[in-house]
Design a protein. Structure first.
Length: 212
């Protein structure tokens, strides 16, 4: 990712942290509550073809294909914020998610295309896949209908769960034999883990302010 884009993303995250009045804390493990049920649901309704190749495994390909759909749903959630009375902190967070995940989707599509792997149609894949942390159609409708403080509460609650699902996906990649060795895959999965842990901290602090 270009240096300018990284600078923009970090600036937005820094502003969000400042708005909560807190500095980043040590990273935490994903919540256990998001664990077994989400892992059991990690499957596709219409799985795309995937093959291994020089320097990459089937698990690497699946990770990139699945993460495209996962990111697409996060962008759908983020796109709701401006028109639903979201608070300033949630709006900044939604903007960061949209910027970073939009660019990461393009990177993942390029990675797959360069290796002659099936590239998901983003919207169709997002709805066809059931992965860790993914919202159901009913939960998306609930978020869509919310406004103001209730939108903030649901957005943060659902997005924390969504991010925790991405952490599970990255963990699963690195546990798969031979996977995660391609330099682009390793860097991207490591960035997903680090960035989404940081954003979970921000979201938990924002959520805490709604309980005051």
């Amino acid at each position: 990712m270009p240096d300018l884009k990284l600078t923009l993303q970090r600036a937005i995250l820094a502003c969000t942290l400042a708005a909560t009045g807190c500095a980043p804390q040590p990273r935490m493990a994903p919540r256990a509550a998001a664990g077994a049920a989400d892992r059991a649901a990690h499957h596709s309704m219409d799985e795309l073809p995937a093959t291994a190749g020089p320097g990459f495994t089937v698990a690497d390909v699946r990770f990139m294909q699945d993460m495209i759909g996962h990111h697409a749903q996060a962008m759908t959630m983020a796109s709701m914020a401006p028109s639903r009375g979201a608070s300033e902190g949630v709006l900044r967070l939604a903007q960061k998610i949209d910027i970073s995940q939009r660019d990461e989707i393009e990177m993942m599509k390029r990675w797959l295309a360069e290796r002659k792997q099936a590239v998901p149609v983003v919207e169709a894949h997002a709805h066809a896949m059931t992965m860790p942390g993914m919202l159901t159609a009913e939960q998306l409708a609930q978020l869509d209908a919310a406004r103001g403080r209730e939108f903030d509460r649901l957005f943060l609650t659902f997005m924390i769960r969504h991010h925790e699902g991405a952490l599970q996906m990255a963990e699963g990649l690195f546990k798969s034999p031979g996977a995660g060795q391609d330099p682009d895959i390793f860097r991207f999965a490591s960035d997903v883990d680090a960035d989404q842990r940081d954003e979970i901290l921000v979201m938990e602090r924002l959520l805490d302010t709604l309980r005051d």
